[in-house]
Design a protein around this ligand. Structure first.
Ligand code: ADP
Length: 258
């Protein structure tokens, strides 16, 4: 009789390096939060393309491979990961004022939505949002994580800038829908990562098509092929297309990632 014990380890992406800024000043090397091996940003050009849905499901899918995973909801203007993970309790801090992430579906979650009440509107000026992101990165007890998935706000604003400057991102994934307008804006979002040397891991096309449950006909509701086009134009991998499925909406609303 032979018993085989298989174990594996997720490798960690490198720490950041010092950079010389245009004025000659030296920016300190960005560092990963202690214990976190890889930081993966999920970005989109515009809102409503399913970025948060993809981020939540990516986190759960990585957990199902056996990895330890956290998700940071950096979409401070419209936090939704609390709902997507079915969390309605508040996150608490330890005696050193460090935030303790909540856990659901095997994933550690931190979101502005877990700190405020549902009725509180979140109005952040750019610099406040940036400070909050820094606190989420350094002031949360993430523990040991193979992957920290970061759900970015849509577009290219202060939060994205702060993030790319303050932590060494392992890579970024861009979510887009297939139609031209979304693709053009996604391309702009993509270009934001190039000057800061963040590798773009690829493009995910969401809402690619709809299959009728009665006749099985496939309809390209939001046009066709935008995700593949952008990946060819920019020479980055096309990671795949996700169909429009009412189950995705239901699972997101009910806090059970599909
Ligand atoms: P974003 O983070 O880009 O603003 P969300 O992830 O919040 O987008 O998704 C917007 C809405 O679209 C949500 O109601 C979500 O359930 C729905 N949605 C996302 N992806 C799909 C899909 N593949 N099929 C059907 N509905 C989807």
């Amino acid at each position: 009789q032979v018993n085989v014990n298989l174990t594996w380890q997720v490798s960690a992406s490198p720490e950041g390096v010092q950079r010389t800024l245009p004025g000659g000043q030296v920016a300190p090397a960005p560092q990963k939060p202690a214990g976190v091996k890889n930081l993966i940003a999920v970005a989109s050009g515009k809102g409503g393309v399913g970025k948060s849905t993809v981020a939540a499901n990516l986190a759960v899918a990585l957990h199902q491979t056996g990895a330890s995973v956290g998700i940071l909801d950096a979409d401070v203007y419209g936090p939704s990961q609390g709902t997507m993970f079915g969390l309605d309790q508040r996150a608490e801090a330890d005696e050193n004022q460090r935030l303790i992430p909540l856990e659901a579906h095997g994933v550690r979650v931190m979101s502005m939505g877990l700190l405020t009440t549902k009725e509180t509107p979140v109005i952040w000026r750019g610099p406040m949002a940036s400070r909050l992101i820094q606190q989420f990165l350094s002031g949360v007890l993430w523990g040991e994580l193979d992957y920290l998935i970061i759900d970015l706000p849509p577009g290219t604003g202060d939060v994205q800038l702060t993030l790319t400057q303050s932590v060494p991102l392992t890579g970024a994934v861009i979510v887009t829908t297939p139609q031209d307008v979304a693709v053009t804006i996604a391309e702009k979002g993509l270009r934001m990562f190039q000057p800061v040397q963040v590798p773009v891991l690829g493009v995910i096309e969401n809402m690619s098509y709809f299959i009728c449950s009665h006749c099985d006909e496939k309809t390209h509701i939001f046009s066709k092929g935008g995700g593949e086009r952008i990946s060819q134009e920019l020479g980055i991998p096309f990671l795949g297309g996700i169909p429009i499925d009412p189950e995705v909406v239901r699972s997101g609303d009910e806090g059970e990632p599909i």
